[in-house]
Design a protein around this ligand. Structure first.
Ligand SMILES: [Zn+2]
Length: 223
């Protein structure tokens, strides 16, 4: 795998791959208005995982952008946002799932969603579905009424080519999707692109980042 190559996540699918400390991950919305759910685990101890609750608590804000750290459940910084051309992302809502589509959309034969795609992509690394927490939802636009707390899922503010870049502050396992929920993506499903800049020239010897993917068959449901 070439350093700095741009990889594509097909619509309604997901991938998992590793990052080394110091590597930079850029998530790109190539066509605009497409959400990407991001998970990060400590690669050396998968019980340590990205935490919405701790991150928002320490930030005292629900909208995160350049300079903000993403904390783990053990209050260590796993990732830091180092560039952001959009400035609106969500860290409140759970990955969309077959249950989301059944409960909110009333689908009789629901797609497995980001949750199912993440579970499938992370399984080869030893992550069971029950260990999947709230993801950092790149480009997801969830305005909140400050008085009542009511929120709505609006079209992303991202336009074609917009991006957000994270730096890994420890060795990580990453899960990343092109989101499968109609409401989050203004009614259509587009691909997501991502790029990895390795901190160390050439990366780890003999390593291909062990990428695994899920949901290439966009019509798949369940499983
Ligand atoms: Zn989703």
């Amino acid at each position: 795998m070439c350093a700095n190559a741009v990889h594509e996540i097909a619509p309604r699918s997901g991938v998992a791959f590793t990052l080394d400390r110091g590597d930079r991950l850029t998530v790109i919305d190539p066509r605009g208005e497409q959400v990407a759910d991001l998970l990060a685990f400590n690669r050396h101890d998968l019980d340590e995982v990205i935490s919405s609750g701790r991150t928002l608590d320490y930030a005292s804000r629900i909208y995160l952008t350049t300079g903000d750290p993403l904390y783990s459940n053990r209050s260590n910084v796993l990732l830091r946002i180092v560039e952001d051309t959009v400035g609106r992302h969500d860290f409140l809502l759970t990955p969309c799932s077959s249950d989301t589509f059944r409960i909110i959309y009333g689908d009789a034969d629901p797609h497995r969603g980001c949750f199912g795609n993440l579970a499938h992509a992370l399984a080869p690394f030893g992550v069971a579905p029950d260990r999947i927490p709230v993801a950092f939802n790149c480009f997801m636009n969830v305005p909140v009424d400050g008085a009542t707390g009511a929120f709505t899922v609006k079209p992303p503010l991202s336009r074609a080519g917009d991006r957000i870049t994270f730096e890994a502050e420890t060795d990580l396992l990453i899960g990343l999707t092109a989101c499968s929920a109609l409401q989050s993506n203004n009614g259509s499903f587009e691909p997501i692109h991502y790029r990895i800049e390795q901190a160390r020239e050439g990366g780890r010897p003999g390593d291909d980042r062990g990428e695994s993917s899920a949901g290439r068959n966009a019509s798949a449901s369940g499983a």
